[in-house]
Design a binder for this molecule. Structure first.
Ligand code: AMP
Ligand code: MG
Length: 320
């Protein structure tokens, strides 16, 4: 298979975007079992190698340009493949330029601040990609499904009234607009898993000792709130997909498709920024030339010590 073109990755990304102002009703509106017609699992796995190359290239330019930061928000129910998708995006990029932040049940310290505080602290700096494994959206998902969590936030009455979710959608949209206006892009991905596939993955985690660590009894308790989560996600997608920070709904039942889609979305965002290596100023170019002249004046340049790999021929070392 030919490597995927940027235009194909863009088409895939755009096909998964939630148009701002549209209404999404889960589970009916978006099929978790969807995969692009005409692409097989084997082809997707091959394409992933190419997406890793593209990501690495864009990331080094993003870092060199030092102007924009990118926050990639990954949301999804337990076993939807958040960790696997993140691992895949990370493969191939320079770890110095990417940070992953996993948000768990908030600590007492975090609860004593405003609800966006802990997420704001983990935002990417310019030139950096930050991946949020769960995010500020938990504040309108798990906290909405379990209202007792809202009580723990010690909010003044006006901030926890009947319109609290509407207010939070508005506040989150405005926060993301502010970030976007200041060079921090927010890309939001929802891994849309079916209830059947979640059951299959839970059973797999229980039946394989090596996967037991991934399973917690709390996951099965959360599964009982499946319908409430579908409703909460529907509200999030319908109210917080904006021109400046759109949501993407990634069908998650096929892991190979989900991983390709996540890579395509992140690449497309980077392609829109189109970061460039800074051009060298006249002064810098002159300084480089002077340094070069001085090095050359030291005498003849001897060849480097032989690189052993080159002498072992093919089949030595993995293709990376
Ligand atoms: P996991 O991602 O499986 O490690 O689990 C993290 C847990 O933390 C999940 O059950 C989330 O729902 C929970 N969590 C994350 N953010 C919040 C939050 N803001 N309030 C309450 N629970 C949260
Ligand atoms: Mg979990």
């Amino acid at each position: 298979m030919k490597p995927p073109k940027k235009s194909e990755l863009r088409r895939l990304a755009v096909s998964l975007r939630v148009p701002p102002g549209s209404t999404v009703r889960l589970p009916g509106d978006r099929d978790p079992g969807h995969a692009s017609p005409g692409i097989t699992e084997a082809q997707a796995v091959e394409a992933l190698a190419e997406t890793a190359r593209l990501l690495a290239d864009y990331q080094s330019r993003l870092a060199a340009q030092d102007e924009f930061g990118v926050a990639v928000v990954i949301q999804g129910l337990d076993a939807s493949g958040k960790d696997g998708a993140i691992k895949n995006v990370m493969s191939g990029v320079n770890p110095a330029g990417v940070n992953v932040h996993s948000f768990k049940v908030p600590s007492a310290e975090e609860l004593s601040h405003d609800y966006l505080w802990r997420y704001a602290q983990k935002l990417p700096r310019r030139g950096e990609i930050a991946i949020f494994n769960r995010s500020h959206y938990e504040e309108v998902l798990v906290v909405r499904v379990h209202p007792e969590l809202l009580v723990k936030q010690h909010l003044p009455a006006a901030a926890r009234g009947h319109d609290v979710w509407k207010r939070r959608f508005h506040e989150i949209n405005e926060w993301e607009r502010y970030l976007n206006d200041n060079g921090i892009k927010v890309v939001k991905i929802f891994l849309n898993l079916s209830k059947d596939e979640q059951r299959r993955r839970f059973l797999d985690r229980i039946d394989h000792p090596a996967k037991n660590w991934k399973f917690s009894a709390a996951d099965v308790r959360e599964r009982q709130s499946w319908d409430d989560y579908q409703a909460a996600f529907s509200e999030v997608l319908s109210n917080t997909s904006t021109a400046w920070a759109p949501w993407y709904v990634v069908p998650a039942d096929h892991k190979w498709f989900a991983r390709l889609a996540v890579a395509a979305i992140v690449i497309d965002e980077l392609a829109r920024i189109d970061p460039k290596f800074p051009t060298v100023s006249k002064e810098t170019a002159d300084a480089l030339k002077a340094a070069r002249d001085a090095l050359v004046a030291e005498g003849p340049v001897t060849p480097p010590v032989a690189d052993t790999k080159k002498h072992h021929g093919k089949g030595h070392g993995k293709h990376l």
